[in-house]
Design a protein. Structure first.
Ligand SMILES: NC(=O)c1ccc[n+]([C@@H]2O[C@H](COP(=O)([O-])OP(=O)(O)OC[C@H]3O[C@@H](n4cnc5c(N)ncnc54)[C@H](OP(=O)(O)O)[C@@H]3O)[C@@H](O)[C@H]2O)c1
Length: 167
């Protein structure tokens, strides 16, 4: 299985200034518990946005960067998108791989994911980078709209979308 996991605001916005839009402890817990013990795949900017630019613990980290000199400790370094997607597909045959961002990686890997775990945040975060609008994408269907709940004073819903045309 290959699954994208992220949160977005009411405009499918996901980030600004290479950071997240909101501080959501409940969503963070969901992310940690869901991805723990699995493989996570990301772009270089997302790795650099983590505390100390360190990979996520208890997970195999795959990182895509263009620059051949950019090789990080404790991760599988990849410098070519086709190789990135092939490694993800290989891992995805045996276990669940989570695509964890950022914007450019979510967009490029979208045709290859089985599902998207999308935490919808009922607020405008003033985003600079966005996720493709799945509600306007005929290849994706919402299979779980989630239940509204409060997270740090903001309403969120854990939704799930299925890819009807997975490549
Ligand atoms: N809301 C959420 O749940 C969530 C989750 C994760 C991240 N985010 C947000 O997303 C933003 C970061 O997104 P981003 O798009 O800037 O960064 P990104 O996707 O994490 O990383 C982009 C990096 O990957 C490289 N890259 C992308 N496509 C490539 C390709 N085809 N071949 C080789 N290298 C490639 C880029 O190289 P070049 O620069 O050389 O092109 C760049 O170094 C941040 O604001 C972050 O907080 C939000």
């Amino acid at each position: 299985m290959i699954i994208s996991i992220l949160n977005c605001d009411i405009n499918f916005g996901i980030g600004k200034r290479n950071g997240l839009l909101f501080n959501l402890p409940l969503d963070m817990k969901f992310f940690r518990e869901t991805t723990s013990g699995h493989t996570v795949a990301m772009g270089e900017n997302t790795l650099l946005s983590f505390p100390g630019s360190k990979p996520l613990k208890n997970r195999t980290n795959i990182v895509l960067s263009k620059d051949l000199d950019h090789n990080y400790e404790g991760v599988i370094n990849v410098h070519d998108f086709n190789e990135f997607i092939n490694i993800i597909k290989e891992h995805g045959k045996k276990e669940t791989v989570f695509i964890i961002g950022g914007a450019s990686i979510y967009a490029q890997t979208l045709p290859y994911v089985d599902e998207v775990y999308l935490t919808k945040v009922n607020a405008d975060g003033g985003a600079e980078v966005f996720f493709p609008n799945l509600d306007k994408n005929e290849n994706f269907v919402c299979v779980d709209e989630g239940t509204p709940m409060m997270d740090n004073g903001i309403e969120i819903r854990f939704t799930r979308y299925k890819n009807l045309k997975k490549m």
